[in-house]
Write a new protein. Structure first.
Length: 308
């Protein structure tokens, strides 16, 4: 779907936004000074670009120029792994701001045709904070913020977006003490750490929550994707969770690239009854997977939790 033009280029980890028959993609574009050899590379160019495709995955437009360019010291080494979602009628983007020392969550906003971008701010967390996005609806009147302090996934609640950038809140933040931890690793394929993958999708049964799990059973590690179902009114309440990954590296473009053995969804949408996942393969390409949503929900019912 999104394939680099040469060995030194990468187009991966794309957020997705479906509307009016097309899917807007914001993807991470990297450029290496030399081939990576399958270990974590340091990109000399590392920013967010824009593309458009049909819901089935036919590429219509791809502009390799920065849609969101590095403009601050906190982004000096890269802008990575964007997610796209709506809240209160606005289209938002979260991405990782990387300065070579600490990963931070940054927020931006765009318009319906993705031609104008406005940076909003950077969350002043004191530790590495990644894999972040908002629920696309308020929960109990509050903004629900999904993010990841390793190794678990946290959900925190705020009255408005400005509260996310409160220095005092993050100076005293401890996930366990705040009651923020929402998902922890349960299976061998997610024993290293977890992270949220794409903004939750509302279904009649609850919030469909796609996440990634990391294990060390392959070199240098292996990223897989899993699915859970969260309560509509209380996302900390897990209704169901599949014990196995729904997506794992099997194809050449997933097992071999700039970082081997990685599938990394950042975007998804429902189209004609199918759940589509837009994901990065081996930190090199952007790929697309699909499954009937009805089948996913049926399988989740098999693993429904008694306390859910």
């Amino acid at each position: 779907m999104l394939v680099p033009h040469n060995e030194l280029e990468a187009k991966f980890n794309s957020g997705a936004y479906y509307k009016d028959g097309v899917v807007h993609l914001l993807y991470r574009r990297g450029e290496l000074s030399r081939p990576s050899g399958g270990a974590s590379p340091d990109y000399v160019k590392n920013y967010i670009a824009h593309a458009v495709m049909t819901p089935e995955g036919r590429l219509l437009f791809d502009d390799p120029r920065p849609a969101l360019a590095r403009t601050t010291a906190l982004e000096s080494r890269g802008m990575e792994d964007p997610r796209i979602f709506t809240l209160d009628g606005e289209i938002y983007i979260t991405y990782t701001a990387w300065d070579g020392r600490q990963a931070r969550v940054a927020f931006a906003r765009t318009n319906d045709d993705f031609t104008v971008f406005e940076k909003i701010g950077v969350v002043p967390a004191r530790r590495f904070d990644k894999d972040a996005f908002l629920f696309p609806e308020r929960i109990g009147g509050k903004i629900a913020y999904v993010h990841r302090f390793e190794p678990n996934i946290q959900i925190d609640y705020f009255d408005d977006l400005d509260d996310l950038f409160d220095e005092n809140f993050w100076a005293h933040y401890t996930p366990d003490e705040n009651g923020s931890v929402a998902l922890t690793g349960e299976q061998p394929w997610e024993e290293g750490k977890l992270g949220g993958s794409l903004p939750p999708i509302r279904t009649p049964d609850g919030w469909l929550f796609v996440y990634h799990g990391v294990a060390h059973d392959r070199w240098p590690f292996c990223y897989r994707a899993g699915i859970a179902l969260l309560d509509s009114d209380d996302p900390h309440r897990i209704l169901s969770r599949l014990p196995y990954p729904v997506l794992e590296p099997t194809e050449n473009y997933e097992t071999t690239g700039d970082v081997n053995n990685v599938v990394f969804p950042c975007g998804g949408y429902i189209y004609n009854g199918d759940l589509y996942l837009v994901y990065g393969g081996a930190d090199k390409v952007t790929a697309l997977a699909r499954c009937p949503l009805e089948d996913v929900l049926k399988e989740l019912k098999v693993y429904a939790r008694a306390d859910g």
